[in-house]
Design a protein around this ligand. Structure first.
Ligand SMILES: Cc1ncc(COP(=O)(O)O)c(C=O)c1O
Length: 393
């Protein structure tokens, strides 16, 4: 078959691929443990599930408005107001199939063939491929573990050209868990705006920042620069609702109209009864989010305690999400000389699944997700430490 250059230019998602491999091994009877998951290990809160069930019982099963039910858009605006003190109208928010579709729509709306998009690396796996699907050029700006993998304007300056059109920021980050402080974030956004570079800020993990660290966001900054910024968020990570596919966006109303046009010609609205569940989530109690945050903070500490005993690994102490991204290339040997080979050998020998750092643009590292029970995390990391030491022997 003849495929378009567009589809040939993209890779299947590496995180989905490793989880599929782990599932395949499990189906063959192997006892595989996955630290490769990108979703919280909690159930969606009861009141959200009940709201969706009620919507189904009441026959709420038809098309809704493409950018989302007005009452859900109002609840999204309410979330931004309560959380970040931002005044916004429902014409400035929109609901899509996950943060993923928000990002996809945005890049389709903003990027022309040949436009360059700055992406600090390590980055979430889908950004470069989404840029390529928009026929743009992803430009990766590398960062270092010693800087908590946070990009600085001096780094960005080296990669700007006359074709630079967009920058994608992500805080807290997948895969590193590190997050920008409010001033750092606004400094970078200010730098971009002054060069006419549009800022996309992916804040899907905003609720998963562990005290005493504070949440940061470009919402307020958006209010001052509505033409130059869009905020992406969603319910997947906040309420453990990854399968529901609810994401939302805050942007200028002209941009919302453009995104709505794209969504109207592709998927149309998000599943009607999932929107009812989302409404109950945004308008209800956030108590469960607090419980999740506390569990993740505890597991982060537990994991870092073990990792600190791996002589040669470098791992920043992240303040959010549920990932660690240690640099482990000091353990590479003649046979295992890349993150992909390391993860493959680990899966075969120890039956532990991790995602190779290469998928996120840094082949020196591996991504560990701690969205698993404490005992499982502890056991896997101890075995991983022994495995790494064994590579050196
Ligand atoms: C940084 C980041 N952005 C966006 C997404 C998309 O999430 P969803 O489409 O489930 O909202 C993810 C999912 O893993 C992510 O890690």
């Amino acid at each position: 078959m003849n495929f378009s250059k567009r589809v040939l230019s993209v890779q299947p998602s590496a995180t989905l691929a490793i989880n599929a491999k782990a599932q395949e091994m499990r189906a063959e009877g192997e006892n595989v443990i996955s630290l490769a998951v990108g979703e919280p290990d909690f159930s969606t809160p009861e009141h959200i599930v009940r709201a969706a069930q009620k919507a189904l019982d009441q026959g709420f099963t038809r098309y809704t408005a493409v950018p989302g039910m007005p009452e859900l858009r109002k609840a999204v605006a309410g979330y931004f107001h309560r959380t970040y003190g931002v005044e916004c109208a429902i014409s400035q928010v929109m609901v899509s199939n996950g943060g993923k579709q928000c990002l996809y729509n945005l890049l389709q709306a903003l990027v022309d063939p040949g436009d360059e998009v700055l992406i600090p690396g390590p980055y979430w796996v889908s950004y470069p491929d989404m840029v390529q699907l928009a026929e743009g050029t992803p430009v990766i700006v590398p960062t270092e573990p010693e800087d908590n993998f946070l990009v600085k304007t001096e780094d960005l300056e080296k990669f700007v050209t006359s074709r630079t059109r967009v920058i994608i920021l992500n805080t807290p980050s997948n895969p590193t868990g590190c997050h920008y402080h409010q001033k750092q974030l606004e400094d970078i956004a200010g730098w971009a705006i002054s060069r006419n570079i549009f800022v996309i800020c992916d804040e899907v993990y905003d609720q998963l920042v562990y005290p005493p660290a504070e949440m940061s966001s470009l919402c307020k900054f958006w209010q001052q620069h509505p033409h130059g910024v869009a905020i992406v968020n969603g319910l997947s990570k906040t309420f453990s609702m990854t399968g529901w596919r609810i994401g939302y966006i805050l942007a200028h109303e002209d941009l919302i109209k453009a995104l709505s046009k794209i969504q109207g010609q592709s998927t149309s609205n998000v599943c009607s009864f999932a929107q009812k569940g989302a409404l109950a989530g945004l308008e209800g109690s956030f108590e469960m989010v607090k419980t999740m945050r506390e569990s993740f903070a505890r597991r982060r500490d537990l994991a870092l305690d073990i990792i600190s005993s791996w002589k040669g690994a470098v791992c920043p102490r992240p303040d959010g999400a549920f990932y660690l991204f240690p640099r482990v290339d000091a353990f590479y040997n003649a046979r295992v000389d890349s993150s992909t080979k390391l993860c493959k050998a680990l899966l075969e020998k120890e039956k532990i699944a991790l995602v190779p750092g290469k998928a996120f643009g840094d082949d020196r590292c591996v991504r560990i997700s701690y969205a698993v029970r404490d005992e499982v995390l502890q056991d896997c990391l101890q075995r991983l430490g022994d495995f790494l030491a064994g590579l050196r022997a």
